[in-house]
Every structure is written in structure tokens, then in C-alpha cells.
Design a protein around this ligand. Structure first.
Ligand code: VGL
Ligand code: ZN
Length: 201
């Protein structure tokens, strides 16, 4: 067991990001057994769950004339438009059935504000609206995070970069992540994480 200041942060291991899902990440389900095994090393396990209203502004369906994976300008910056995914209460938003959720101390939902997407577990995509995770970690004395999950280049990347910026020690287990890889986004994410001081393991 690792020291008590360390937590495992499992990002968005949900049906819609796995093969057959609405925003499937290639091989997204292949990491589930390894994540379950990693949980045994950590006294604290935290899961995040992408959790959007059906009319979420990040959905291409809300932007007539624009297709999934196009980008548009939002008040907070450029936003990729996604297929409808992880709609609150749907099977697609549920955790992968093989993910062991029993060890989770906290399940943090994000992306529930209709007008702002939230890739990061710490801040929404305006980079300022907090999710509350920082306070949760600090008040519990958790200052070192190991991140795993989906997708490497979006939610894992944004969460890891924010963690490092906030002063947490952040390590990404790349073997326990899978990427969407849109137009070189995986390479860009690796650079962003390394530049922020994230350890890529
Ligand atoms: C994610 C795109 C949209 C992710 C979530 O979990 O990486 N990506 N919503
Ligand atoms: Zn989403």
C-alpha cells in the first residue's frame, strides 16, 4: 500500500468512451482490469464521471450545420463539438460494468453545466469555475495523484495539467489510459503534460 497522501484518480471510465459507446475510444475497455488492480495499491480512490444534460453545449447536435469533431467558438474559447455522450442517467454515462467502483471514496461528476464543458476534474473549460476537487483533496491531505482513464488527450490531460499547476504531484500511468487522438491531440497532450511538470509513466 502506498503512503496515505497518495490517491488514485480514475477519469471517465464510462460506457460511452468504450467500444460500442457514443464517443468510443479505441481499446478504451482494455484498461479496466489494470485499473482495478491498481486500486489495491491506494488507500484513496476517486472516480470522475462525465455527466452532461441532454442539451449540453458541447454536443454537435446543439449546433445546426456543424458536425461532430468540428470546433466552434464558445465565450470561454475554442470547443470541440462531440457526439452526444454521457447524458445524465443513461447507460452510456454509467461506469464500465467491469470497473470496480466499490473502492471509490468519491465519485466526482463534471460537465453538468449546460453552457460549459468540463474536461478537467478540477476546473470547467473556462479554466476558472472549480469542481470542488481541489478542496476535497487538500482537506483530506491528499497531495500526490496517480491518474488513469479516458481519454489521455482530453480529460486525463486537462486534469493532470491542472493538478500540477495547483501544486499536486501528478503522475499519469500511460499504460492505463487510452486516447481519442484527434489531429495530433495525443502528441500535444504529452507535451502539455510534460511542460506542466506531470510525470508520464
Ligand atoms: C471527454 C470529450 C468529451 C473525456 C469527455 O473524458 O476525455 N472527452 N467529454
Ligand atoms: Zn463530455
Amino acid at each position: 500500500m502506498r503512503p496515505a497522501n497518495e490517491a488514485l484518480l480514475v477519469i471517465d471510465v464510462q460506457n460511452d468512451f468504450c467500444p460500442g459507446g457514443a464517443l468510443a475510444v479505441a481499446d478504451g475497455d482494455a484498461i479496466v482490469p489494470g485499473i482495478n488492480a491498481a486500486m489495491a495499491e491506494f488507500a484513496t480512490v476517486i472516480l470522475t464521471q462525465d455527466w452532461h444534460p441532454a442539451d449540453h453545449a458541447s454536443f454537435a447536435s446543439q449546433h445546426p450545420g456543424l458536425d461532430p469533431f468540428a470546433t466552434t467558438e464558445m465565450p470561454y474559447g475554442t470547443q470541440v463539438l462531440w457526439p452526444d455522450h454521457c447524458v445524465q442517467g443513461t447507460d452510456g454515462a454509467a461506469f464500465h460494468p467491469d470497473l470496480d467502483t466499490t473502492r471509490a471514496d468519491l465519485i466526482l461528476r463534471k460537465g453538468f453545466n449546460r453552457t460549459i464543458d468540463s474536461y478537467s476534474a478540477f476546473f470547467e473549460n473556462d479554466r476558472t469555475t472549480p469542481t470542488g476537487l481541489e478542496g476535497y483533496l487538500r482537506t483530506r491531505g491528499l497531495d500526490s495523484l496517480t491518474l488513469v482513464g479516458l481519454a489521455t488527450d482530453f480529460c486525463v490531460n486537462y486534469s493532470a495539467v491542472d493538478a500540477a499547476r495547483l501544486g499536486f504531484r501528478a503522475t499519469v500511468r500511460q499504460d492505463l489510459c487510452r486516447a481519442i487522438d484527434l489531429d495530433g491531440s495525443l502528441a500535444a497532450a504529452r507535451t502539455a503534460m510534460a511542460d506542466a511538470g506531470v510525470t508520464l509513466a
